[in-house]
Design a protein. Structure first.
Length: 412
């Protein structure tokens, strides 16, 4: 079923690898303008998805991820412009070596080729991923979830037409419109066509791709992100950071899902934090000591401390030391983003060195784990693995390397 898409993608990738930075940037400019120009059409198709999602009982977090409006489409278009401003990641000379026989050896960056991306109810991924793949010289085959199929088709159509208008192959960007499970499985088995497969979504999707793919996978993880309130924390600061990390946007992987509070400040910290979270009706699920301080919170069970809620829910664990906090977080974390709120610099450094996650913060919200915030432009995802890429993945993470060897008749 996807064989033809693969043939087309391979052909497009062969052309893209030799395309100039100027040509890629011109295509991205055309895409940005086309997205804004066709915003009404995209929103109209998105409304169909939203109505279907409500009928299917999607929760508030998923509906928020799915929803597009003029501001969000403008944000997607602006992200394409930001990618234009970024350095072309291809053809960078990373190392130069002169062999004893006089050969000149260069290690250079180059496109991966054809990248597959499987994702769920986030139509912005369609544009972000395509823009990053285009700038990094890769063709992309996108496979979104059924919840956003109409939105994804609209965005992909607009982008493909814009790329063609700019003089590049429209098949540089392709969308799998069949959202059945079989199409997802087939994409995972396209070894020899896909050079890399990137899943973006919840635990179940990522697990399925990692376990069933014959294509090399870059694992982007779910986000059970923790904030630890240390015994020397500024409670007012902690309350504001936690409020932002939990409620600013509940449906994203860098939202805070779990609190860890030192017992020495629990009686002061938890009521202050709860008062702030009550403004958004956040349900707090706490351990026995937390519930003793705030009796009206919900009792947590063992699974709560490992849960990515993507909802107005947060867990609370009480600890008696920094070591216990670090142990608890490393046990339950998904390796995404964690933060410590403390005025003790030594504690901050200890926490940041020992926490085994892609991004670790001191006195700041986890919501900053984002390619744009880190200066990468639109991101392809947050990698929680340790090989090839870790943390927010931008342009450079979508390239690989090869060696160029210049000789004048040398033989071995």
């Amino acid at each position: 079923m996807l064989e033809q898409l693969g043939i087309q993608a391979k052909k497009a990738a062969g052309i893209l690898t030799a395309v100039s930075t100027e040509a890629k940037n011109n295509a991205l400019l055309e895409i940005s303008k086309a997205l804004v120009r066709n915003a009404d059409y995209i929103i109209e198709q998105n409304k169909i998805d939203l109505n279907n999602g409500r009928k299917a009982g999607l929760n508030a977090g998923l509906l928020d991820r799915l929803m597009l409006n003029e501001d969000r489409i403008k944000g997607i278009a602006d992200a394409c412009l930001q990618v234009i401003d970024l350095e072309d990641p291809c053809n960078r000379v990373l190392e130069e070596i002169t062999h004893p026989n006089g050969m000149k050896i260069q290690k250079v960056s180059c496109p991966m080729g054809v990248i597959g991306i499987i994702y769920e109810a986030r139509p912005n991924v369609t544009a972000d991923a395509a823009a990053l793949c285009l700038k990094s010289g890769n063709a992309v085959i996108l496979r979104g979830g059924k919840e956003a199929v109409n939105s994804n088709i609209a965005i992909a159509e607009v982008m493909r037409d814009a790329v063609e208008k700019a003089g590049l192959p429209k098949d540089s960007i392709q969308l799998v419109t069949d959202t059945s499970r079989s199409s997802s499985t087939e994409l995972m088995q396209m070894k020899g066509v896909l050079d890399c497969l990137i899943p973006r979504g919840g635990k179940a999707l990522i697990k399925a791709v990692v376990e069933n793919s014959t294509v090399p996978v870059i694992e982007t993880g779910s986000g059970n992100c923790h904030i630890y309130v240390d015994e020397s924390a500024d409670i007012a600061m902690a309350s504001e950071i936690i409020f932002n990390a939990k409620t600013q946007r509940i449906s994203v992987c860098n939202a805070c899902e779990s609190l860890v509070i030192h017992s020495a400040v629990l009686e002061n910290a938890l009521p202050a934090i709860k008062k702030r979270l009550d403004e958004k009706n956040v349900e707090i699920r706490g351990d026995k000591r937390a519930k003793a301080v705030c009796p009206d919170i919900v009792s947590a069970n063992d699974t709560d401390f490992s849960e990515e809620y993507l909802d107005y829910i947060i867990s609370v664990k009480t600890v008696d030391s920094l070591d216990e906090a670090i142990e608890h977080i490393n046990k339950h974390s998904t390796g995404h983003s964690e933060a410590i709120i403390t005025e003790n610099y030594d504690h901050a450094r200890m926490f940041m060195n020992r926490i085994d996650s892609s991004s670790v913060y001191h006195n700041a919200s986890t919501r900053f784990t984002d390619g744009g915030e880190f200066g990468l432009g639109a991101e392809i995802g947050i990698s929680t693995q340790k090989l090839h890429a870790r943390g927010p993945m931008g342009l450079r993470e979508l390239t690989t390397t090869k060696y160029l060897i210049f000789g004048n008749g040398q033989v071995r």
